[in-house]
Design a protein around this ligand. Sequence first.
Ligand SMILES: O=P(O)(O)OC[C@H]1O[C@H](O[C@H]2O[C@H](CO)[C@@H](O)[C@H](O)[C@H]2O)[C@H](O)[C@@H](O)[C@@H]1O
Ligand SMILES: O=c1ccn([C@@H]2O[C@H](COP(=O)(O)OP(=O)(O)O)[C@@H](O)[C@H]2O)c(=O)[nH]1
Length: 479
Amino acid sequence: MSRLIVISNRVSVPKAAGAAGAQGGLAVALNSALREHRGIWFGWSGQETEEFTGHLNMQRIEGVTTATIDLEPQDIDEYYNGYANRTLWPLFHYRIDLTEYDRNFGEGYERVNARFADSVLPLIEPDDLVWVHDYHLLPLGSMLRQKGVKNRTGLFLHTPWPPTRLLVSLPFHERLVSSMLEYDVIGFQTQEWLESFIHYVSKELGLPITEDGTIDYGGRRIIARAFPIGIDFAEFVEGANSAEAREAHDRLKASVRGRKLMIGVDRLDYSKGLGERFESFGRFLTDNPGQAGDVVLLQIAPPSRGDVASYQQIREDLERKTGHINGAHADVAFVPIRYVNRGYPRSHLAGFYRAADIGLVTPLRDGMNLVAKEFVAAQDPEDPGVLILSQFAGAALQLADALLVNPHSTEHVSETIKRALEMPLAERRQRHEKLLASVCDEDVQHWREEFVAALFGQAEGGGADDTGADDTGAHDKAA
Ligand SMILES: O=P(O)(O)OC[C@H]1O[C@H](O[C@H]2O[C@H](CO)[C@@H](O)[C@H](O)[C@H]2O)[C@H](O)[C@@H](O)[C@@H]1O
Ligand SMILES: O=c1ccn([C@@H]2O[C@H](COP(=O)(O)OP(=O)(O)O)[C@@H](O)[C@H]2O)c(=O)[nH]1
C-alpha cells in the first residue's frame, strides 16, 4: 500500500488537542482517514513565528504522524486571513459582496504555497500518493511539479465551487485554475460543484472534456469527480454511546424541562445562515403563539476566523438578533434561544444531538456539512429527531429524506419547524432509517477509499504517462 502524504492548511488532531471541538469538518475527516492509512499529515501548526524557518515539527499522536510548520504573522495575515478567507472563501460561497481583492493577499497566498512546497518536499518518497486539501492550497500541486515531484497528486475541495460568472470576477482567475490542472485527480463534494468547474475549464480555458468526463490538458487526462465526504460513523457512534455523551444528554434534557428542543451546531460563519435561522425561529414563535414557551433553540456557535472583519460583523449581528428575539418572546421562566459561543467535544455534541427533537442545519451555502450527518448518526432509531436541512448544503443530495428547506425563506423554515414538531413517529422512523443508511454506508472511510482509488488508478496507467512521470513515480528533489 502506498503511503499517503496528506497536505492541508491546518493540522489538528482532536483527541490530542483535548477534544476542545470546533476544528471544523476537514480536520475531523482527515484524522479519521489517516488513522487507517500509513502516511503523514503535513500543514500549518496554527502557530506563528517571527521569522519563517521551514523547521518541521514531527509528532505521532493517536496513530497519526503529523509534520507541521509555523508561519510568520504576515503570512497568516495575507494568506489565511487574506486570500483564503477574505477572497476565496466568500467567492466560493457565492458572496461576491464580501469578497476582497488585494494584490498583497494574492502574493502572500503564492508565497505560503511555495513555503508549503519547499517544506513538504523532503517528506515525499517515490511511491507516495500526495493528497492536497482545500482552497488554501490550490496552486500547491503545480509548485510541487516545478520542484520535480512526479508522484500522483490529487486535490479535494471541501467547499463549493462557484458558477463561472462569479469566478470570473476574481483577478487572475485563469492563472489560479490553470495551476490546478497539474493535479491528476480533482475532487468535489457534489456533482453541482463539479459541473461548475467543468463549465469553467471548458468555457474559459477552452479545454476539451473527453467522453468519460476527464479533462484533456495537452494530452494528459485529469480526472475530475464528485467524492462526497462522510463522517467516521463507527467512531462517532462509539462516542455517542460513551458516558460523557449520556451525561451531556441527560443534563441538557433536564434543563429543557419537557419542552421541545431544536439544535444547531456551526462555526460562527456567515455561510452557515445563522441570522436567517434565528429570524425563522422568531417568525415561528410569532406565527404560533400557542407554542411559544414550548420550544427551545440551542445554538452552539464556536467563534471562527475572528481576525476577519466579516466574521466580527456576523458575531455582532447574531448577538443583536438573539437579544431581540429573546426580548420579544422570553418570560421569567423561559428563554427561547440559548446561544452558546464555545466549542464542545464531539462526544458531548452526540449527547446534545440525541436530546434534540429537531436538528436545524440551514447554511446558505456549504460544501457538505458534517453536522447534519452527525445529527442523524446520534439519533435513537426508535424515537428519532427530525433533520431540517438546507437545500444549499452539499449534504442535501445524500440526505434527501430530511425536510429540505430554502434557508432564505423565513416563512418556509418556520412552517417546516411546525411540520417537524407535528411529524408522526412512523414517518420520523421511516425517514431516519433511510438517512441512517446513507450516513453509515457513505462514511469517511468510503470517501477516502474512493479518492485514493482514483488517485492510484491514475497511477496504474490511466493516461498519466504524458506527465513525464517515470515508471517509479519518483521525483527529482534536486530539480
Ligand atoms: O480551519 P478553519 O479556518 O477554522 O475552518 C474550518 C474548516 O472549515 C471548512 O470546512 C469544510 O469542510 C467540511 C468537511 O469536508 C465540509 O463539511 C464543510 O462544508 C466545509 O465548509 C473548510 O473548508 C476547511 O478547510 C476548514 O478547515
Ligand atoms: O463545538 C463544536 C462544533 C463543531 N464541531 C465539529 O466540527 C465539524 C464541523 O464540520 P462541518 O462540515 O459541519 O462544517 P465546517 O465547520 O467544516 O464548515 C463537525 O464534525 C462537528 O462535530 C466540534 O467538534 N465541536
